[in-house]
Design a protein around this ligand. Structure first.
Ligand SMILES: NC(=O)C1=CN([C@@H]2O[C@H](COP(=O)(O)OP(=O)(O)OC[C@H]3O[C@@H](n4cnc5c(N)ncnc54)[C@H](O)[C@@H]3O)[C@@H](O)[C@H]2O)C=CC1
Ligand SMILES: O=C(O)C(=O)COP(=O)(O)O
Length: 310
């Protein structure tokens, strides 16, 4: 058996997993040079492997079809988001596939709340100013009593809500699955974009689906409260970046903290790069040693299970 691993976080610790593959006599391919492979590269590599642990690569029908024509028997998406993986193609081709849900709720919520605080107190502006030899003292806002519109009430959303409530913030959650999810008494639910006008913050923690694509756009931004602060720790295309830039430039939106972007890495020419009221991450909100280790172990276990490896 041979397994291909293409998820960047796991590549960083692949050598520590190699002995468990060797012990089972499984060949392990983990390309080190490129982190996100192209369709052409995947069509070449995937068919030569029995199993595939997928990262942020374009895991398209074309790739799975090529895999099925070769040796591919099963795949696991490392992590939560499956927007880059064609699950329907796997079903059609009879390739068992799953992801690793509920792995990063606490870690990504920590980053989301860090960004809420950074935007409230402009800590990133102070840092830039002090480094430049200035002594800036922007006047912030208090978190207590402010309202957050939380888009997505899954694992990350619920962990984020818990932390925001501890800061005495009010949370209004928007999630089409709300009635099936465990509720917290203090969290109110609303259909999107109802009650958006009340929100001092919009915090995005939902899956990227056709229904959430560009949920934050020129129309919904125009409905938002003047001075709204925006945090996105989920997926870039949930926000129309062109509309966000316009809202930041007009001052209607106060500021934005983005861990994820419509195109990653953020392109050199993106006007966001120049905007002073933004703070950025590098799609890194899940990246702690504990979380990466446990997710990798679970991904390997699920793949071995599919392949019938004890
Ligand atoms: N920045 C990062 O490094 C990370 C980002 N993510 C992203 O965060 C997303 C959420 O992760 P989890 O909470 O663990 O997943 P989850 O599956 O527990 O929750 C996702 C929630 O999004 C909701 N949703 C789907 N469409 C929606 C819409 N149109 N409006 C509002 N809610 C909608 C679903 O009903 C579900 O409750 C992942 O799908 C992934 O894309 C996940 C891990 C790390
Ligand atoms: O689990 C997710 O969806 C994440 O965003 C984190 O993992 P990734 O960087 O997509 O491999």
């Amino acid at each position: 058996m041979k397994v291909l691993v293409t998820c960047p976080p796991m590549l960083g610790m692949i050598e520590s997993f190699r002995p468990s593959f060797d012990a089972k006599g499984i060949g392990l391919t983990a390309p080190k040079v490129v982190q996100t492979l192209s369709v052409a590269e995947l069509k070449e590599l995937v068919p030569r492997h029995d199993g595939w642990i997928i990262g942020d690569d374009p895991a398209s029908r074309e790739v799975f079809t090529a895999g099925k024509a070769g040796k591919l028997k099963a795949a696991v998406k490392w992590g939560i988001g499956v927007d880059n993986v064609d699950f329907a193609a796997c079903k059609d081709l009879d390739i068992p596939i799953t992801n690793t849900p509920d792995m990063f709720g606490a870690e990504v919520a920590d980053v989301a709340v860090g960004y809420v605080i950074a935007l409230a107190r402009e800590t990133f502006q102070i840092d830039r100013g002090v480094r430049a030899g200035n002594w800036p003292k922007p006047r912030g806002i208090s978190l207590a009593g402010k309202t957050v519109a939380l888009i997505g009430y899954g694992d990350i959303g619920r962990n984020t809500a818990k932390r925001l409530l501890a800061a005495d913030m009010k949370v209004i959650a928007h999630d089409p699955a709300a009635s099936r999810l465990p509720a917290m008494a203090a969290v109110e639910f609303a259909q999107w974009p109802q009650r958006l006008t009340e929100a001092d913050y919009i915090v995005v923690t939902c899956a990227l689906t056709p229904s959430s694509h560009h949920m934050i756009n020129a129309d919904t931004l125009a409905m938002a409260k003047p001075g709204v602060r925006i945090v996105n720790v989920a997926r870039g295309p949930i926000i129309d970046e062109t509309a966000l830039i316009a809202a930041l430039e007009s001052g209607h939106a106060h500021s934005a903290a983005l861990d994820v972007f419509e195109t990653e890495p953020l392109p050199a020419g993106s006007p966001l790069r120049q905007h002073p009221h933004c703070v950025f991450g590098s799609h890194n909100a899940s990246n702690t040693a504990d979380a990466v280790r446990r997710t990798s172990e679970i991904a390997i276990g699920k793949l071995f299970g599919f392949l019938g490896i004890q």
